[in-house]
Structures are given as structure tokens and as C-alpha cells.
Design a protein around this ligand. Sequence first.
Ligand SMILES: *Cc1c(COP(=O)(O)O)cnc(C)c1O
Length: 396
Amino acid sequence: MSLQNPVFIPGPTNMPEVLRKAIDMPTLDHRSAMFADILHPAIDGVKKVLKTETAQIFVFPSTGTGGWETALTNTLSAGDKVLAARNGMFSHRWIDMCQRHGLDVHVIETPWGEGLPADKYEEVLRADTGHTIKAVLATHNETATGVVSDIAAVRAAMDAANHPALLLVDGVSSIGSMNFEMDAWCVDVAVTGSQKGFMLPAGLAIVGFSQKARAAVETAQLHRTFFDIRDMEKGYSVNGFPYTPPVGLLNGLNLACNMLLDEGLDNVFARHRRIASGVRAAVDAWGLELCAAKPEWQSDTVSAIRTPEGFNATHIVTHAAEVYGMAFGTGLGEVAGKVFRIGHLGQLTDALALSGIATAEMVMADLGLDIELGSGVAAAQAVYRHGGNQKKKEAA
Ligand SMILES: *Cc1c(COP(=O)(O)O)cnc(C)c1O
């Protein structure tokens, strides 16, 4: 017997049974027409999820981190200047990758818990009258702090400064769960992975390249072999890959896109918003605070919850795993020990979210925090009852 709770880590996320079955395939010849029938619909599905008509989609056997590398190495040259804000562990890691590739990063240090400062981006870009900055990096959803940023505002800052740099966006923990508009925001490279909003195992780096980013590939000098999108492009043009494709995962990706599109992206986003609102109501009822410093920065995919001074938040995660068999996320980097995270993205329902909230309460009470059992659950129930506000209105 296997007793399995849902996970509440912000990726990998819970896998729907139908996706697990879709991934489990017999070996098929990846040079046959059967593969084309998996590849092209998967690519078309990703396009719709990214809300783009003009971008080219590339899917590599890798993870989100490989997507970062694909974005950088295909568009930039050693010594190029890039602009990035650091507001958590994931933006930090992308900056670190830039530096290891010999890029010259202008870092806007931003308090962990705040969103990307579009005004500061604009200031730096305005001052760069010689247009030496070649790319602007933006982490849409900082998974370490539960902070979502306004990418449209970053684009507006670039436009206000009349700056031609490319806009590279990490959407690993937002795409497929929160609104992401590649075309409307003029994103040049969008990066995601298979194991978050797409509800699949880790194993795919999924990237979208605008026409402008595609053109930059011809002059970009950073070394790339495995991640060269031109090889991938050639492969796709003859219904294949430049190497052996992960066929089962691509089959899963095709179905995952269909599931998101069948539910309707707006409904998917509304479901994530409602589930997140319930978690936030619980946090409030517990008398605790989110790492996200303002409501506009509160992520609908992950909540990083600050624990009282002097308490090691990591104990919540280890106790939950040991005693209740439930997985929550630890704090990373600067906020290690200060926050624990509830991931609430992907295949989740209101009822599943309640199980996570109820377990978190038991854990915190066990560890001596001043938490009234049932307080967070009741607060979330008030949000979830009757399927949230939308259906409540219909009933009235
Ligand atoms: C998970 C995550 C990544 C890294 O993705 P991997 O698939 O683990 O390589 C990058 N950025 C963000 C925002 C993430 O949440």
C-alpha cells in the first residue's frame, strides 16, 4: 500500500494521473512520423500557454536552469553587459550563471521580499546612452520569497528609456499558473521547465525566442553546443531533434498544455489566485506574515511565511516530513531558517490546499508556536466555500 500526501513544495508539483500515464510510453522510433505527431502539437500548446503567436518555441532535455543557459548563450557574447535585479535565490542563481559565463552584470540589489524595481531598471537604462547593456533579466516569480513582479512594468521601463536591450524573463514558477503574456509584454526570451505549472516530472527546459532574440543568435559569441537553438530549429524542420528526444515527457507536455487550455488559462489563473488567497487568509489567522512585503507582490504559486524571531523555520519542514509525511519548502539563501514555504501551484484543489493548511497548523502547534488549531483552516474555508467568490455571486 502506498500512502501518499500531496506535496506542498513549489516544484516539482503534484502530477495528475493522466499525465503520469501519458509519459509512460513504449519506445518508439523518434525518426518516424509518430514522433512528429507528438512534437508539433506540444510546441503549439506551449505557444498558446505563453500567449505568443510570433515566438519560436524550443524544448530541450534539461531543466529550468538549462533554460537560463539557453537564453544567455544564444543571445550574448563574453563581456556583454546585462542588467538584473537580485531579490531572492533564483534571481541570484541566474546572475551567478551570467558571471560564470563572463558577462558583466549590473546588479540592482533589491530587498528579499520586494518585487523587481522597474523604476531602478529605467534609471540604469536611461543612463546607458551608449546602449552597452545587451540584455535585461527579470525573474517573474521569485520562488524563494513568494514574490511576483510586474513584467509589463519592466518592459515599460525599457520602452520609456528607449533602450534596445533584449528582455529575458524567468517564468519557471509562473508560466502555466499565473498570467504570462510573451507577446503583449514583448518578452524576447521566456524560460520555464516541465515540473512546475506543467505538472510533469523535471526533465524539460522550455524556452520561447522572439524574432529579435532569434536574430541575436547569429552574432552572439558565447559557446554553446547542446543548447544551440539553431540545431534544434533544424531538427524540428525535419520533425526531429538534433539528438535523442525524451519522447514520453514531450507526450506529457502535449497533454499538459491541452489540460491547461481545456480548463481555460483564465480559469487556471483564477484557481491559483483562489487557492493562494485561502493560504494567505490562513497565514493571517495564524498571526504570521508573508515574506512578500506588499499585497501586489504576493505570489499565487508559492507563499513564503515568516516565523517568529528566534524560531528555526526549517524545523517546520523536517517535522512535517517526519511526523505527517507532508512536504513543505524550506527557506533558501538569505531567508534560510526565517521562512518556510507552501507551494500551491499545479494540480491542486481547494480541498487539497486545506489538507496542507491543516497539517501546517498541527506542525506549528507541535513545535510550540502560538497557533490555534483550526484557525487557518477556518479562514481558508471562508475563502473556498461555494467555490470562491465567483460561484458565491452566481448563487446570490
Ligand atoms: C525552479 C526554478 C528554477 C530552476 O529550475 P530547475 O528546473 O530546478 O533547474 C529557476 N527559476 C525559478 C523561478 C524557479 O522557481
